[in-house]
Design a protein around this ligand. Structure first.
Ligand SMILES: Nc1ncnc2c1ncn2[C@@H]1O[C@H](COP(=O)(O)OP(=O)(O)O)[C@@H](O)[C@H]1O
Ligand SMILES: [Mg+2]
Length: 256
């Protein structure tokens, strides 16, 4: 595979990925409007904002599901904004979806193995079975590895989708509302799981989440999107105390 030339002008050692003046329009609608920020190597970056703010579009343009209208995206010194999703995935950019994307006719293990095939691939590493077993272990799926996914409940489906993303051997995972639809205890267990993953693996996480308290507990920084623009990007403490952020969430009582 031919690697594109490094873009030395925008390279920064602390920065895993950088968005520079990114725009994405749908007709007259500016879904992302001049968005610039850096994702730091190894951080958990939370992303929040009202419905329609552009959060899912942001995930899509970073992972390649949607092209950008203008601007640039640099990952590890390489321009990636014109690359298709599979090439970005091979470089270490993975994602999960708001609604679990998994194959019901296959077992849990087969779904996760498919992730490994899509990503940097087992052949390059030669330890396919061990890798899949490790991923199943860390996501809490070992005891149901051979079960069909047909009967899996929502949280198990979310674990499978996360495991499939991890199986690609990512450097960064973009997670779109990973806790949507989970109850209080399940949210707690997912916060723990993300903490464990972040500590155990050399991973950067970008998490879109409406449950802003859970997001604040996990993230080193939070980015607030509003009408397609970055309202603020700062520590959870500063973001949650920001008057403009409180206003768009219609008061502190909604910062649940
Ligand atoms: N494929 C698309 N075609 C047209 N409009 C879209 C498309 N995807 C998103 N949008 C619009 O872009 C805006 C941002 O959407 P989205 O990124 O899904 O927001 P969020 O995830 O923050 O709720 C919304 O107004 C939405 O209707
Ligand atoms: Mg969304």
């Amino acid at each position: 595979m031919n690697k594109p030339a490094p873009n030395t002008a925008t390279r920064h050692d602390d920065h895993l990925m950088s968005l520079d003046r990114v725009h994405r329009t749908f007709g007259a609608l500016r879904a992302l409007d001049d968005v610039s920020f850096d994702i730091r190597r190894g951080e958990v970056l939370g992303v929040a904002g009202p419905n329609g703010a552009g959060k899912t579009t942001l995930m899509n343009i970073c992972t390649g599901a949607l092209p950008i209208t203008s601007g640039q995206i640099v990952f590890e010194g390489h321009r990636v904004d014109r690359m298709p999703p599979y090439r970005r995935c091979q470089m270490g950019i993975a994602r999960t979806f708001q609604i679990p994307h998994i194959f019901s006719s296959m077992s849990v293990r087969e779904n996760v193995a498919l992730g490994a095939d899509f990503g940097q691939g087992p052949r390059a590493h030669g330890d396919h079975d061990t890798h899949i077993s490790n991923v199943l272990e860390i996501t809490g799926l070992s005891n149901q590895a051979n079960a069909p996914v047909t009967a899996a409940n929502l949280i198990t489906r979310k674990r499978i989708m996360l495991a499939a993303a991890l199986a690609t051997r990512p450097r960064v995972i973009f997670l779109d509302e990973p806790m949507a639809g989970l109850n209080h205890d399940e949210v707690e267990s997912f916060v723990e799981l993300f903490r464990d993953l972040h500590n155990a693996l050399d991973l950067t996480l970008v998490i879109v989440e409406h449950k802003i308290r859970a997001l604040a507990a996990l993230s080193q920084r939070i980015l607030i999107l509003n009408f397609g623009s970055v309202l603020t990007i700062d520590t959870p403490e500063k973001v949650l105390a920001d008057k403009a952020v409180i206003d768009i969430y219609l008061g502190t009582q909604n910062l649940a």
